[in-house]
Design a protein around this ligand. Structure first.
Ligand SMILES: *[C@@H]1O[C@H](CO)[C@@H](O)[C@H](O)[C@H]1NC(C)=O
Ligand SMILES: *[C@@H]1O[C@H](CO)[C@@H](O)[C@H](O)[C@H]1NC(C)=O
Ligand SMILES: *[C@@H]1O[C@H](CO)[C@@H](O)[C@H](O)[C@H]1NC(C)=O
Ligand SMILES: *[C@@H]1O[C@H](CO)[C@@H](O)[C@H](O)[C@H]1NC(C)=O
Ligand SMILES: *[C@@H]1O[C@H](CO)[C@@H](O)[C@H](O)[C@H]1NC(C)=O
Ligand SMILES: *[C@@H]1O[C@H](CO)[C@@H](O)[C@H](O)[C@H]1NC(C)=O
Ligand SMILES: *[C@@H]1O[C@H](CO)[C@@H](O)[C@H](O)[C@H]1NC(C)=O
Ligand SMILES: *[C@@H]1O[C@H](CO)[C@@H](O)[C@H](O)[C@H]1NC(C)=O
Length: 840
């Protein structure tokens, strides 16, 4: 076939020689369609062939559009131009001269047919008479095809969206490139279950959609999971349907059909040519054509902390606040790891003495204090489960391909999961004040035979290994942590430390006295007050709550932090913080008990229990009236405002939900469990490595950016809607389209039917429709997807008290567009037609 195609006559028919391009080819742009029985040869004479300054050469076969950034389908090669790929790429076109070379903006490949199987000069692409699109190399070898023979294909089209499609007479798509993603995703394209994006390298990273969520793997053998959303093992109420770029500049992972499970908001500037690419380091990057005729890139973070990307600091590099360093040796005289290039710390480190399987007796494990591996732990990748740290280390020392032992504790036992990877990507400096998980890292090193002072090195290595002693740590966090592998390994976490001489008692007594602390009770006193924990009030967060009465008759609630014990020092530090906070709308902290392994908090008893019991599943007769509901909203706002702005330390609650709002005798509301949140310094926002909170109340920035107290404002918005509507934010008993309250709110807002939402079982709520609409508008302000567009809680209080008004330019789009379809993908025309560009 290749021979036949070389006949000059055919060439003349098929090709438009470059020198005649302007004259003979009237269509220098916009030839997006091809009919059956078309043959293209990969040849420099193809019209519109362009070589970019010393970089790529393109030979477009189809081109959509004649002006601005636009899609082309054809061959492409990079300098030196030997290997060609049949690809879709974005080029810049100009109506007068066709494809224009724009300095510094080479064509951007968004899809390739023959990745990994390049073809040569004179390779042939044929759209056969029976509708198959086949690529053969110059020597006739079969390379790729769409396998569409005999299916009724009538034409090949490159659509405005960048989707290459084979259509039948009815213009139905029989094959489309959007269904075969490679590196990238375009607007309107949906990644479906089973499909993956793959980076372009020998050991590619890939992001794939499984029916339980989006997963990111880093190329190694076997691939290592570094990202999962929703987290593995989390129960899903609905199937995932796709991951897509929405028209309104958002990415979304869809569960079911319409509700985004999560979405990542993009900058709202209306950029035209935009695509998402998975790069080798595991990052998804968003590329946008901007005014300066260049592609700018921008991260789309799948993980809140760049250090969680396995390649951020190269092999063996320790990542800390975006800084890379090499593992430190216990001895100053001898380095076990050296930077690959001292002026490029992100390239990682190499062992000073390579590990040799021939001399395994000189292998040692170097303990890395405060270092962990991928924050995401895929338990299925563990080499050993429910093992102890010594067995984990031994397993690594006796297996030559093992390069490190990573141990993650489970529960409050000394057993955990053991990982023995054969390749070490970036390590993670573990600097969190409150450790949310337990992990220990040991890197295998080789003691060099001719080291200057071998005995010293050996001794130091051994000394650096901790003698394990268990010290437990309560993670004072209520609610669930989403990004965990198992509830146990995330919640009940152990902190390990090198053994200190001296007894436990000595250590504890050191911190007995702290000034300004609330009352300290003995365990006996608590036992007596609660009649040996007789009356259970509830269970939640990290403990069970019991009712009790003090000697003086004061009723109390005692929260017994179950199962896990926390270092006394940390516990007292938390208690000190909580103890200093007093506000009428916050549950008062009376005292505490710390004795042996017992950790108890003594709290004010709040008689009417938690808000959820009062707003969900009520009937006509016992529903709360409008005035009470409004007062509850005001109380919560005041409590939060105090936590956020009036305490000496800025405190974000992080788990605002009806279960954590308690109602007093007159239904005055009090925020509970606030001390269990992480404290945030006033000046700095905290970057969290784990999500916390409860589904249905989580602000979008948990997925992308810095966490501030604005996540509480979001949850407050959800809460307001729950109070007004008398239903849960996520209510699986509702019809599918109504399960997600905020999605429903969005829909009713669009349809201008907000009153449909308000609690139907309460006639009093129906009498206050206008007031409720005002409150809903306030809630919508709080639910803005961008944190900085939400009001502060003090502003919310002012509005509720009538001393301030709601901002007028609130974004009424809480998620961006709903549908993952091509029709809805374009809110902006693809071709820019600004006067500046027209005059070029
Ligand atoms: C494809 O075929 C149609 C009708 O048969 C014709 O009008 C059109 O010009 C053809 N297009 C090309 C690119 O040859
Ligand atoms: C076409 O079929 C071949 C052989 O069955 C397969 O390897 C190839 O992946 C298919 N191509 C496409 C684009 O589906
Ligand atoms: C998931 O659902 C199953 C069955 O409904 C239940 O037994 C299990 O406890 C749930 N797991 C979690 C982590 O919620
Ligand atoms: C999810 O998918 C499975 C298999 O495709 C199906 O059996 C199940 O009914 C689906 N669940 C929902 C909630 O759609
Ligand atoms: C190290 O990096 C610097 C800066 O990128 C570069 O100039 C130098 O050539 C590199 N050195 C080596 C040995 O690769
Ligand atoms: C590890 O962390 C603890 C607690 O933050 C700190 O005291 C200790 O110095 C750290 N160790 C190293 C080697 O950085
Ligand atoms: C040694 O470790 C590698 C991974 O590091 C693992 O694949 C292999 O099965 C282990 N071999 C033995 C004998 O345990
Ligand atoms: C933790 O240990 C206590 C006793 O030491 C035990 O009763 C409890 O069940 C353990 N919890 C877990 C989660 O293993």
């Amino acid at each position: 076939m290749a021979t036949m195609a070389r006949k000059p006559i055919l060439l003349l028919l098929l090709l438009c020689p470059a020198f005649l391009a302007a004259v003979l080819c009237s269509d220098i742009g916009d030839y997006p369609t091809a009919n059956l029985s078309t043959l293209w040869l990969n040849h420099p004479g193809l019209r519109n062939s362009v070589t970019y300054f010393g970089r790529s050469t393109i030979r477009p076969l189809l081109l959509h559009g004649i002006f601005g950034p636009t899609f082309a389908f054809g061959f492409i090669c990079t300098d030196p131009c030997k290997a060609f790929f049949l690809s879709i790429y974005i080029v810049y076109t100009n109506s007068a001269s066709g494809i224009t070379r724009v300095f510094d903006s080479p064509p951007q490949v968004v899809w390739s047919a023959n990745r990994g199987r390049p073809v040569k000069e004179d390779a042939a692409l044929r759209l056969s008479s029976d509708g198959d699109l086949v690529l053969r190399d110059a020597d006739g070898t079969f390379v790729w095809s769409t396998n569409t023979s005999g299916k009724g294909v009538t034409a090949l089209k490159l659509l405005e969206t960048g989707n290459l499609v084979l259509v039948n007479r009815q213009n139905e798509y029989l094959w489309e490139s959007f269904d075969h993603p490679t590196c990238c995703m375009l607007r309107g394209q949906t990644l479906r279950v089973g499909q993956r994006l793959t980076s372009d390298s020998p050991n590619p990273a890939f992001v794939t959609l499984l029916d339980d969520g989006l997963r990111g793997f880093i190329g190694s053998n076997p691939p290592l999971l570094y990202f999962a959303q929703p987290p593995i093992g989390m129960n899903k109420s609905e199937n995932i349907s796709g991951f897509c770029i929405l028209g309104k500049d958002q990415f979304a992972l869809y569960m079911g059909t319409k509700k985004p499970y999560f979405s990542i908001a993009l900058p709202s500037d209306p950029q035209l040519a935009r695509f998402l690419r998975l790069d080798d380091d595991g990052h998804l990057r968003l590329f946008t054509w901007d005014d300066r005729w260049g592609f700018t890139d921008q991260f789309v973070s799948l993980l809140p902390n760049p250090c969680q990307y396995p390649k951020t600091c190269g092999n063996y590099g320790i990542c800390s606040d975006n800084q890379c360093s090499c593992p430190r040796s216990p001895s100053a005289n001898f380095a076990f790891f050296n930077p690959v290039n001292i002026s490029e710390p992100t390239l990682g480190c190499t062992p000073a003495t390579p590990l040799s399987c021939g001399s395994m007796e000189s292998h040692q494990l170097l303990y890395m204090e405060n270092v962990s591996y991928f924050n995401y732990v895929d338990t299925s990748a563990a080499a050993l489960r429910m093992t102890d740290v010594e067995s984990c280390k031994q397993a690594c020392l006796t297996n030559c391909s093992c390069k490190a032992a990573f141990f993650h504790c489970i529960g409050n036992s000394s057993l955990g999961d053991c990982y023995l990877p054969s390749e070490i990507f970036s390590l993670l400096a573990d600097k969190l004040k409150t450790k949310l998980y337990c992990s220990a890292a040991f890197l295998k090193v080789q003691i060099p035979p001719a080291a200057p002072d071998v005995s010293l090195s050996r001794a130091t290595v051994t000394d650096a290994l901790p003698i394990w002693k268990r010290r437990s740590l309560i993670v004072l966090t209520s609610g669930i942590i989403l990004a965990g592998t198992s509830a146990i390994s995330v919640f009940a976490l152990l902190m390990r430390r090198p053994k200190r001489r001296g007894s436990q008692v000595e250590y504890e007594e050191q911190f007995d006295y702290l000034p300004g602390m609330p009352a300290r009770f003995t365990y006996e006193e608590i036992k007596a007050a609660t009649q040996n924990f007789k009356q259970k009030l509830g269970q939640g967060g990290f403990g069970t709550v019991f009712k009790g009465t003090l000697n003086d008759g004061t009723k109390i609630a005692v929260k017994r932090l179950d199962g896990v014990g926390q270092g006394k020092k940390e516990f007292l530090a938390e208690v000190e913080t909580i103890g200093g906070i007093h506000h009428i709308n916050l549950v008062r902290f009376v005292g505490f008990c710390v004795e042996n392994s017992h950790r108890l908090l003594v709290l004010e008893y709040v008689p009417n229990g938690s808000l959820d019991k009062w707003i969900f599943g009520r009937t006509k007769d016992n529903a709360l009236d409008w005035k009470t509901r409004r007062q509850i909203i005001v109380d919560i706002a005041k409590g939060l405002s105090y936590l956020h702005e009036d305490c000496t330390q800025r405190i974000a609650h992080l788990d605002i939900k009806p279960q954590n709002i308690l109602l007093g005798e007159n239904f005055n509301a009090k925020v509970a469990d606030f001390g269990l949140s992480k404290l945030i310094d006033r000046d700095e926002s905290e970057v969290m490595t784990r999500m916390r909170g409860t589904p249905g109340y989580l602000a979008p920035e948990w997925l992308t950016s810095v966490i501030t107290e604005k996540v509480d404002v979001y949850s407050f918005g959800v809460l307001v809607m729950e109070i007004l509507c008398g239903r849960k934010s996520l209510d699986p008993s509702q019809p599918v389209e109504a399960i997600h309250l905020i999605a429903l709110l969005q829909e009713k807002l669009r349809e201008n039917k907000l009153p449909d939402l308000f609690d139907k079982y309460c006639s009093d709520m129906q009498l206050h429709v206008e007031d409720n609409i005002r409150l809903t508008r306030l809630a919508i302000w709080c639910l803005q997807s961008q944190a900085n567009r939400r009001p502060s809680m003090s502003k919310v209080v002012q509005i509720l008290e009538g001393s301030s008004t709601i901002e007028s330019n609130i974004d009424s789009d809480l998620f961006g567009s709903y549908l993952c379809s091509t029709e809805h993908a374009f809110d902006f025309p693809l071709l820019p037609l600004t006067s500046k560009e027209n005059t070029r």
